[in-house]
Design a protein around this ligand. Structure first.
Ligand SMILES: Cc1cc2nc3c(=O)[nH]c(=O)nc-3n(C[C@H](O)[C@H](O)[C@H](O)COP(=O)(O)O)c2cc1C
Ligand code: SF4
Length: 561
């Protein structure tokens, strides 16, 4: 039973609800503010919120307990979240975890007696090139060492934490975005009839940069064809895939291009509202994004009659995620925006037909939208001059792990893994994990393969795995992540990931029989087709590629006593 804090007053919560509006879509922002104000979401608070929104308290409870940044339990004034992802592991996370335990005198999942600090794990904070990384509330600390832990804790104890933020810019080579004049893409697009805007995007053969590579023009066409009074375009800035952090750089350095892409998309499909779904771990970007939106409104680039086009009204708001990787999946994202648990929907209908609030909705990745602005600024021929026939343009890659120069890089599609490793100082790698935890592990003998939709498709994450690493540790890290992040709706994913994780433990201890390994492979293959959404369909990929490509290595462990 949760403790009811004495400080919780009905008046405080009424004020929060009034600020956001007594509407189901406001439930998550309301709970976020209650949590910030009270450091917990008590039973009493849930009851009051439920009354005000006219829903059952169980519905509030089910949402509050779904999201990592919301769960009801009492937290300290400062919540320290250490990133648990593979790159932070490689960079020395274990020593930092120990230093945190010792400096705070508590274990993970606990709060100090004075109520000042709570210590937690985070699945991935999107700082994979600068690990080990941690968040203290919404401030990010990178390249943390055990010595730095003492400094950070002292800073917060001394309440001198305001200037504690790190430099988080990480682009490593010149990005094309830097050469695009602000406003050029939007101006060119608005000069075209609506149908021609979609044709231009189709003509550039732009494929979605979020991972699945769905043709953007086709998606826009589906949505444009729907008849509806309301339509939406959503920018997917959830970027929770371990090893992926390029959207963070785009949002910070090229937000104008993202908003231009959204505005162009709004014009093309007939939407008047754009929503950026920003992951909770990137809360520090929110003020910047709102500033850019404000400037665009002032400049007449958002609002009514944009570009002098009578009736073209379009505006953008930023919504905060609450800490759930699955909310990157577009239908889970929409559920979350509507104020529900981030549980993926059955498809069809697809969002382009029935998305946010049941209205036709386009969901695009941050990079896809920035690329749209570039295509209109520089033309389809220019864009198609990069990459391959089936994968046009250039791509941003998030490089982390065992290499000399981790960070965000731009390369044309079609680059070989070997060439990419040369650029980033990753010579000597024994494998690379492409596409994050849900991607595949590629052994050195296959480094001539190309990063492209027709060979190895990817949302851009490349984790370099050095010769000293144990591939079973890699599989273990990813499966722990999926066990934690599965929404639990369907059995293949909820139980399958846990069973694969048990299997990895058996392999590590040398106690996994050949017959059991065969069963595990069959289980992984079943999950790929039977899980309800992309999370469970892709979560066995790393395991299957590791036990496939490194069979000799993973099956020859000496049996532990
Ligand atoms: C578990 C899961 C997580 C995802 N996370 C993201 C994400 O963080 N960002 C993203 O753009 N797409 C993510 N996707 C893909 C989205 O569902 C969707 O395909 C994408 O946002 C569409 O944009 P695009 O066509 O521009 O790539 C995820 C998919 C799954 C299954
Ligand atoms: S595959 Fe996993 S994340 Fe997706 S619906 Fe099933 S349980 Fe939820």
């Amino acid at each position: 039973m949760l403790k009811i804090p004495e400080s919780t007053t009905r008046d405080d919560i009424v004020a929060i609800v009034e600020r956001h509006g007594a509407d189901r879509t406001s439930l998550i922002p309301i709970l976020q503010d209650v949590k910030t104000a009270e450091h917990e979401i008590s039973d009493e608070a849930m009851q009051i919120v439920a009354d005000l929104l006219g829903i059952h308290p169980v519905e509030v409870y089910s949402v509050a307990t779904f999201y990592a940044f919301l769960h009801g339990a009492t937290e300290g004034r400062y919540v320290v979240r250490l990133c648990g992802t593979l790159s932070c592991d490689f960079a020395g996370k274990t020593a930092v975890a120990e230093a945190l335990r010792s400096a705070l005198g508590i274990d993970f999942g606990a709060t100090t007696d004075d109520g000042v600090f709570t210590l937690e794990w985070a699945s991935c904070v999107g700082m994979c090139d600068q690990g080990p990384a941690l968040l203290v509330n919404d401030r990010v600390f990178t390249r943390v060492t055990p010595e730095k832990v003492a400094e950070i804790v002292a800073q917060y104890r001394g309440k001198a934490a305001d200037d504690a933020r790190q430099d988080i810019v990480t682009a490593r080579n010149e990005l094309t975005y830097a050469s695009i004049a602000a406003g050029a893409g939007l101006k060119a697009a608005l000069a075209l009839p609506r149908g021609d805007i979609v044709d231009t995007v189709s003509g550039a053969a732009l494929k979605g940069r979020g991972g699945a590579g769905f043709p953007t023009g086709m998606k826009w066409n589906f949505c444009a064809a729907e008849k509806s009074e309301h339509k939406y375009i959503i920018c997917n800035a959830d970027e929770g895939e371990p090893g992926t952090f390029k959207d963070r750089v785009i949002l910070r350095d090229f937000a104008d291009l993202v908003f231009e892409g959204m505005t162009i998309g709004g014009r093309a499909i007939g939407a008047s509202m754009g929503i950026v779904y920003l992951r909770a771990e990137y809360a520090y970007l929110r003020a910047h994004l709102n500033d850019v939106i404000h400037q665009r409104r002032e400049a007449g680039l958002l609002g009514a009659n944009i570009g002098g086009i009578e009736g073209f009204d379009f505006d953008i708001v930023v919504a905060r995620g609450a800490g759930a990787y699955v909310c990157g999946e577009e239908t889970a994202l929409i559920e979350s925006l509507e104020g529900f648990r981030g549980e993926p929907r059955n498809r069809p209908p697809f969002p382009a037909v029935a998305g946010f609030l049941n209205h036709p909705t386009v969901v695009n990745n941050v990079e896809t939208l920035a690329s749209v602005a570039c295509i209109f600024a520089k033309g389809t021929d220019w864009f198609k001059g990069f990459g391959t026939d089936k994968s046009t343009g250039y791509k941003l890659f998030s490089i982390s792990g065992d290499c000399e120069k981790p960070g965000v890089y731009e390369f044309p599609w079609g680059i070989t893994i070997a060439d990419l490793l040369k650029e980033v100082g990753g010579g000597g790698a024994k494998a690379v994990q492409i596409g994050g935890a849900s991607g595949v592990c590629v052994p050195a003998r296959d480094f001539a393969r190309r990063l492209a939709f027709e060979d190895i498709p990817t949302g851009g994450s490349v984790m370099v795995i050095g010769p000293q690493r144990d591939l079973l540790d890699v599989a273990e890290n990813f499966l722990e992540f999926f066990v934690e992040e599965s929404c639990g709706q369907c059995t293949p994913c909820r139980l399958g990931n846990a069973q694969l994780l048990d299997g990895v433990e058996l392999l590590k201890s040398g106690a996994c029989s050949a017959a059991h390994l065969a069963d595990l492979k069959a289980l992984g293959a079943t999950m790929q087709v039977a899980a309800k959404c992309g999370l469970g369909q892709t979560s066995p990929s790393a395991f299957l590629s590791i036990v496939g490509a490194f069979a000799d290595d993973v099956t020859t462990r000496p049996q532990r006593a």
